[in-house]
Design a protein around this ligand. Structure first.
Ligand code: NAP
Length: 516
């Protein structure tokens, strides 16, 4: 199978009238589908449950995006049975065929990118650019993993020995759970699921209950790309009900999770227990939260730093694991940089993301709104509120872009992930102190450092302890295949999505020796 070298999928420019019209048409198509019902998908069958999850538009919480069957305990068992049945043939399907399904799915995402973007606009409040960028990321992930699977199928060379023919190859693990968050409902769901599948595994997909409709669109797309029944089973359901049974089940071979620290730690603990009848130790990957710092010192281009601080903190309403929620600024340039940051933040246009002029939409649901407003109250005790700090009147979960200044490194708003549009600006004595502050949380996901001094940059590269470090650019916007993504410490298991080794998690190496 010959495929061209990997290239990242470009984002679309919505200044172009054609792109704009196509996106408007997709939003209209999505509007016409609001409120549709979606069943579970088990072994290719559509299964309707007695209970439902209602997915709502955070910009208009009385508007139903999708009505989804909510999986019950029996569906976990049914999905695992269907997955293991499909595994018997899928695991033996030539890797070229498995890779071809991903490449066809990538092509379908290219053709349906506006529809996928539109469902995210309605379901999770993504502004156009962010939603389109995410669709492009899904293309990249499938293109990347298809190539990786083909590469790995060639096996690895081992040392020769006389009298034996030896072989070392990778084989799939079995049936596993993919548990995904709502904030990148296309890219992260696609990445974990298709990496597992191209490696020959079958998947029980449990998406976040606030992003079920997006997941249903993806599962349909993979079916349209020719994926056989049972290879991906969709269990929309409440994590609080089906999460533990899925993780605990002795037939679950692996768990790929992206989400919050607390749920990740819980999964880690539960998956470690061996239950009666279990034949393996479960393999677990956990990609969790972040409290990422953007460090700026007197050697930086302050205009560039200000622009990227605002983009890092407030892109997608600050609801990115990679969000730069802490700006750590050395005292000598603090008073110079702060007004520049505020100027940038004031340019953010908050509103319904259906409108292409909007750069910041609502936060995802009422629980998120409440949590963020609670942190803003805490912030008022811990720093000086310079901007924002309130919810917008009227419908929709809109929170103003909020900036606190003078925040100490021990403050709760400097230590805990808020996951909303709240930036803590923190003074540092000097460059050294800035690095200390950057490393002073339990997380270690992303970080940025701004400087024009090569020696300082070299030190920052050595000392800022994060999985994804960026120099002179924002802390968000990793490109798959280019910036393998995953965090240190309590940010996760550092499995590096979109990286050269990611598929290894979903495979086991087998050594075969044949005496001559
Ligand atoms: P979350 O609340 O932890 O939920 C993530 C997933 O876990 C959802 O599907 C959720 O289902 C499910 N879940 C809940 N309880 C469970 C249980 N007991 N067992 C198994 N699964 C369970 O996270 P979120 O709010 O969706 O996402 C935001 C978090 O994800 C943030 O902390 C963010 O930093 C992190 N994140 C990390 C990365 C990364 O690459 N490191 C990327 C994106 C996001 P329900 O929705 O039904 O509760």
């Amino acid at each position: 199978m010959i495929i061209p070298p990997f290239r990242t999928e470009p984002s679309l420019d919505f200044q172009d009238p054609q792109n704009r019209q196509e996106m408007e048409a997709a939003l209209k198509r999505m509007e016409a589908r609001l409120g549709e019902e979606y069943p579970l998908v088990i072994g290719g069958r559509r299964v309707v449950s007695s209970d439902q999850i209602i997915s709502l538009n955070p910009a208009h919480p009385d508007q139903v995006v999708g009505r989804h069957s909510a999986a019950q305990l029996e569906h976990v068992e049914q999905a695992l049975t269907a997955g293991w049945q499909a595994f018997a043939s899928w695991s033996r399907t030539p890797v070229e065929e498995r890779a071809a399904v991903l490449l066809r799915a990538a092509e379908l995402v290219r053709r349906r990118r506006h529809d996928l973007a539109a469902v995210m606009v309605y379901e999770v409040g993504k502004p156009w650019d962010e939603a389109d960028g995410e669709a492009a990321e899904a293309v990249d992930l499938m293109e990347w993993y298809a190539r990786q699977a083909l590469e790995m199928a060639a096996g690895k060379r081992t040392a020769p020995i006389s009298g034996e023919i030896t072989e070392f190859r990778y084989i799939p693990l079995g049936v596993g759970a993919v548990i995904s968050p709502w904030n990148f409902p296309v890219a992260l769901t696609t990445g974990m699921t298709t990496a597992a599948v191209v490696a020959g595994n079958c998947v029980i997909l449990k998406p976040a209950n606030t992003a079920c409709t997006t997941a249903a669109f993806l599962v349909q797309l993979w079916e349209d790309a020719g994926l056989p029944p049972g290879v991906i089973n969709l269990l929309t359901g409440r994590g609080s009900l089906v999460g533990d049974p899925l993780v605990d089940n002795p037939r679950t071979r692996f768990v790929a999770f992206t989400g919050s620290r607390d749920v990740g730690v819980r999964i880690n603990e539960r998956a470690a227990r061996v239950h009666p009848g279990q034949l393996w130790l479960k393999r677990v990957q956990l990609e969790m939260g972040g409290k990422n710092a953007v460090v700026v010192d007197e050697t930086a281009d302050l205009d560039q730093a200000a622009r990227d601080i605002a983009a890092s903190a407030f892109g997608f309403q600050g609801q990115k694991c990679s969000a730069g929620s802490r700006a750590v600024v050395v005292q000598s340039v603090y008073d110079q940089l702060l007004p520049k940051v505020l100027e940038r933040v004031r340019e953010i246009r908050v509103g319904d993301p259906v409108d292409p002029r909007v750069t910041m939409g609502p936060v995802v649901d009422s629980a998120a709104e409440e949590k963020i407003l609670d942190y803003i109250e805490i912030g008022k005790q811990e720093g000086e509120l310079l901007l924002g700090g309130r919810r917008r009147d009227g419908e929709g979960y809109y929170i103003e872009p909020t900036v606190f200044s003078g925040v100490s490194s021990e403050a709760r708003i400097a230590q805990e992930e808020i996951f909303g549009p709240v930036l803590a600006v923190m003074p540092a004595r000097d460059f050294e102190d800035g690095i200390r502050i950057a490393n002073s949380t339990e997380y270690g996901l992303t970080g940025s450092y701004f400087s024009r001094d090569p020696q300082r940059i070299a030190v920052a590269k050595e000392r800022i302890h994060v999985g994804n470090l960026y120099i002179n650019r924002r802390s968000t916007g990793a490109l798959m295949g280019v910036h393998p993504f995953g965090g240190f410490n309590m940010s996760g298991t550092d499995t590096k999505a979109g990286g050269p080794d990611y598929l290894l998690f979903f495979m086991q190496g087998q050594s075969i020796a044949e005496r001559l």
